[in-house]
Each structure stands twice: as C-alpha cells, then as structure tokens.
Design a protein around this ligand. Structure first.
Ligand code: TXA
Ligand code: MG
Length: 323
C-alpha cells in the first residue's frame, strides 16, 4: 500500500521526501486545489513512462506540466500577450493554458505526447512549493486509473493504486474538486478545450473577449476528452425527477424527490444550492455511492451556469455509454 504522508504536520519534511522520490524518477501523488495529481519529473522519460503505465493511460493523451510560476512557464513555452494576460490573472489556480513548446524546453516529448504544444498549469499551495523545491516542471495527470473518477482525497488515491504507488502527499480534501479549465488562445480567439474549476465567465470578464465553446460533433481537441470518462462503477441516470428502488440519489439544492424512502442513500451536493460546494463534493459522492453498492446513481438536475457547466460536463461523461 502507498504510504500517505500528511503535509499539514511537517510540510518541509514531506516536501523533502517527495522531492527525493521524484529525483529517483518515481511518481508521487500530490494534492492540488483541483484534484490529486500523479506527478513525475517532466524532463525524465522513464518517470513519464511510469505515469502512463500506472494509469493505463493511452500514450497519445498528453500530460499537463505543472510549473512553480509564470516565469518558469515562460522558460518552456511561448506566451502570446493574451495567454500571458490570462495567466497573470488566474495563476496560481485551476487553469491550464495550452501554448507552443519552446524548442529549447527540457520537457520530454513523451509528456506532450509528441505535440508541439504543452498544457501548463501553476497550482497553489503545497504543489507549487514542491515544484519550486524540485526546480523542474512536474508532469501530472489526475491520480486515478484511466477512465475513472479523479481523486479528491489522499485516501482515494491510495485505494486506487494500492502497492503500485510509493508515496501520497496528503493535503486534505481538494478545495475545488473538479479538474482545471483548459484554454487555448488562437490569434485573438480564446477556446475552451475543457470546462473545469475556473468559471469561463471570469476569463471573459477579465479579457473582455468571449470564450468559445466547442461546436456539437466537433473533433476532440484535448485528446483526453473522450466521451466515457469520469465513470463510477454504477450506471448513472441524469435529470432524475424521482428515485427508483436501490438507487443512490445525488441531489442538489436541498430539494427532496419523490421515492426517496426507497433510495439506498440520499446525498445532497449542496443543500444551500452553492455550485462551488457542489463541485467540491461531486467526485467524493460518486465514490460514496459506489461504496454503498448503488444499483444505479440518479442525479437531479443541476443548473448549467457558472461552475455548473463543468459539473454537467462531468455528469454527461459519467453517464455516457461505457467503452
Ligand atoms: O486539474 C487538473 O488539470 C489536474 C491536476 C492534477 O492538475 N490534472 C488533470 O490532468 O486533469 P489529466 O491528465 O487528467 O487531464 C489533462 C487534459 C487531458 O484531457 C489532455 O488531453 C489535455 O489536458 N492536454 C494536455 N496537454 C494538452 C495539449 N498540448 N493540447 C491539448 N490538450 C492537452
Ligand atoms: Mg484525468
């Protein structure tokens, strides 16, 4: 079983331990504000290979490279003025920018799946401190087996990987709870590759430009955005107006549904109707529903505004036909 080291006890000792493990080319699971990441030295091809193997992740799906700050990011990638403005406004935070790789970057092509662009994110807190201490970018996908729900606690990570993983840094529950929003600037156009923990409306407000959504049926832009993803074990039923026997109900806004007495379990993402709270609870509740032996998971409707865009995106994927 992976060793879980609490960073809230002795952060310096935990960081030194993690940096040493990363230096050996061994992946370490780390807390970020979005979800837990499975981190490895982005310049070390063996370390990156281990990430793909541990996750069972297809090699054509590039990893996000995490940096300590914008200055570090600019040593590895080219920032046009609009990308830089967005980075300055929202880093550190739940935002990934896809930008052209610099030819002299030490990030290994395996981390980018051979693309001439790289997804970069600057995380807050302990993850940011670890990258600064390590001195090199960390490639880190979400710390879950490919296709499964992203982990929002150290326990989720340890349960998923078991003995395959050496070390998990525990930073407590992820505060955002959804993966980062992925944006790509093309000329004067800002494109949304994945809705996530940063509300795209905030980007529109800061830049004064629209964030363009993908047209229905368009080809996949972020190679990881396959339909069936983020799936719990139990089948998922969306827009439920009632509960069927044996189902786990995950509802929103404190609104009871007919048939709740027959439910195996009833969870409310946010009784007060707060979408940020709902986002933080979403993945953990899906895991709780599985643990309760749900026959199916029924979700009541969740508003589409603000963070609701990313929440509904993840629910669509959880409910998509399984491949
Ligand atoms: O919040 C997050 O983003 C978390 C934490 C750990 O940082 N990471 C995460 O990584 O969600 P992952 O690997 O599960 O998702 C990364 C997504 C994938 O859909 C991938 O295809 C996309 O980012 N991506 C990475 N590099 C890209 C690139 N150069 N161009 C387009 N998409 C890219
Ligand atoms: Mg993932």
């Amino acid at each position: 079983m992976a060793e879980i080291v609490d960073t809230r006890m002795d952060a310096e000792a935990a960081l030194a331990r993690a940096a040493k493990t990363l230096g050996r080319g061994v992946p370490v699971a780390i807390p970020t504000e979005t979800v837990y990441g499975l981190a490895a030295d982005a310049t070390n091809p063996l370390a990156i290979t281990r990430i793909y193997e541990m996750k069972g992740r297809p090699r054509f799906n590039p990893l996000i490279c995490h940096m300590a700050d914008l200055a570090m990011a600019e040593r590895h990638a080219v920032f046009d003025p609009l990308s830089r403005r967005i980075a300055e406004a929202f880093w550190p935070g739940p935002l990934t920018l896809v930008v052209p790789i610099r030819p002299d970057s030490a990030i290994h092509p395996l981390a980018r799946a051979g693309l001439d662009t790289v997804g970069i994110r600057v995380p807050t807190g302990i993850a940011g401190r670890l990258i600064a201490a390590f001195g090199r970018p960390l490639a880190a996908p979400s710390a879950n087996t490919s296709g499964r729900i992203s982990p929002t606690s150290a326990r989720h990570v340890a349960d998923d990987f078991g003995g395959k993983l050496e070390l998990v840094l525990d930073g407590g529950p992820a505060v955002v709870g959804l993966e980062s929003t992925i944006l790509k600037v093309e000329g004067e156009t800002i494109r949304l590759l994945r809705p996530g923990g940063l509300d795209a409306a905030d980007v529109e407000r800061v830049t004064g430009r629209p964030v363009l959504r993908k047209e229905a049926g368009a080809s996949i832009e972020a190679p990881g955005m396959l339909a069936s993803h983020y799936a719990p074990d139990a089948p998922v039923r969306l827009d439920a107006r009632d509960v069927r026997p044996g189902e786990v109900l995950i509802r929103f806004g404190g609104k009871a549904l007919p048939g709740e007495a027959q439910a195996a379990l009833v969870l409310d993402l946010s009784p007060a109707g707060d979408l940020a709270e709902a986002a933080a609870n979403l993945f953990g509740y899906m895991k709780q529903a599985d643990a309760a032996g749900a026959r199916a998971i029924a979700f009541s409707p969740i508003p589409a505004s603000g963070l609701g865009e990313a929440i509904n995106d993840r629910l669509q994927r959880a409910a998509a036909p399984r491949g």
